[in-house]
Every structure is written in structure tokens, then in C-alpha cells.
Design a binder for this molecule. Sequence first.
Ligand code: IPE
Ligand code: IPE
Ligand code: MG
Length: 235
Amino acid sequence: MPRHIAIIMDGNGRWAAQRALPREAGHRRGVANIQRVVRALAERGVPVVTLYAFSTENWRRPTAEVEALMSILAEEIEPQTRELHEAGVRLVHLGDPTPLDPVLQDAIAAAEDITKNNDRLVLNVAFNYGGRDEILHAVRKIIADGVTPSELDEGVFGRYLYTNGCPDPDLIIRTGGEQRLSNFLLWQAAYSEYYHTSVLWPDLDEGELDRALEAYRQRNRRFGALDAQHHRDEA
Ligand code: IPE
Ligand code: IPE
Ligand code: MG
């Protein structure tokens, strides 16, 4: 079983278009699907889940769509947090909060605080997250902290990322059919297994999650080593 599954939640707009609904309706259905997926993964014993909700590039969308996404988050963060809290989920925000409305920033901080002692599952929500932004943010802080070149290694660098303390994702799932990372977890995805499905995010259910987990079980992860050698090192 993967220790960390990261999901690129794509296809909300197409889900709505298929039903002749406004894109916003797709985003609302997308938010509603978070509970189903997180509960299913918790039941299957996955300890860390990361969801990509809004990228640093998504600001390029029309203002009305960006505003709709921001107001959906503002409306949904409290009720969603309450449900996740009951399910024993700890919420962690990944990304740069500073361009967000201060009210939203406070709501995010409150959601993290309310759930901070939960230990059934860690749910990272990547919102205003970009892999390149995360790396630059880390480098700036490393320089500001006066870390010397010889002190810097992969472990130190990883602690400066938003994902500090999380294992790298074992499996990255992308819904909606595209086969790209779209600036998601660039550093952490170095050896992730990748699964993409044409299922749109609001439709992602237990059946498709189990297909992704089965595909993952069939993969042979070598991390650059040879099969036998890797298994010997693990033993
Ligand atoms: C994913 O759905 C949600 C966000 C990126 C915020 P999209 O809005 O990208 O849906 P499609 O790709 O247009 O169907
Ligand atoms: C990726 O989806 C970002 C999120 C799911 C938050 P996009 O729909 O923004 O990706 P592109 O633009 O097709 O690469
Ligand atoms: Mg999309």
C-alpha cells in the first residue's frame, strides 16, 4: 500500500460541460468528492494524501472563474473541515498563502489548528501551490538562514519544502485524462509511480481508486538499482 498518494484533481469543468452546467457547478461537485476519496483511502490504510486544488498557474483563468474558486473554498472550508475532523483527518496547507484574501488565510490556519492532533490520515491540500514556486521559496529561505553549500543536502533541502516531514508520494493519480504534472510536486515526484485515468475528478470513486492501487501493486520500483539488488538493500 502506498504511504503517500497525491492526486491532481482535474476535469471539473468538463464534468459540468457534459451536463450543460456552468463550470462552477463542476467545482462544487469536485469539492463534494473530496470526502468520498479521503474516506476510501483512510479505510485502505493510506496515511498521507495530497490533493492539488489550485495551482500558481490557475490565476491565468478568467477573473470570474478564479473568484468562483475562491468563494467555493471560503464557503466550504468550515463544513469540510468539520467532517474531516470527525474522520480523524489532519489538514495541512501546501502553497503560498500570502496572495489569498486575509479572511481565507485565517480560515486555512484555523482548519490546520483544529485538526492538528488528528492522526488517522494527513491530508495536504495544495492551494496556490506550484512546484517551482515551492523550490524558489525554499532556496530563498535557505539563503536567508545562512545554510552553507556543504551543509545543504537532499534531506536539508526537503525540510525547507512545504511538504516538510512528509514521505515523497509513492503514487500520483491524475484524473481527467491529461498526462502531465502541471507544476505539481516537482522535487518530491522524482520516483513516484504515475497513474492517469480519463475519469473526471467529480466521478472518481472507490472502483477507480482500487484500479489505481492495483496498477501500483503491479509496478516494479527499482529506484535506479537492479531488481535483486534493491530487494537485498531493503531487507
Ligand atoms: C480542476 O478542474 C480544478 C482546477 C484546476 C481548479 P478544471 O477546472 O481544470 O477542469 P477541466 O480540466 O477544465 O475539465
Ligand atoms: C492542474 O489542472 C491543476 C489542478 C488540478 C489544481 P489544470 O487544469 O490547471 O492543468 P492544465 O492547465 O491542463 O495543465
Ligand atoms: Mg483542467
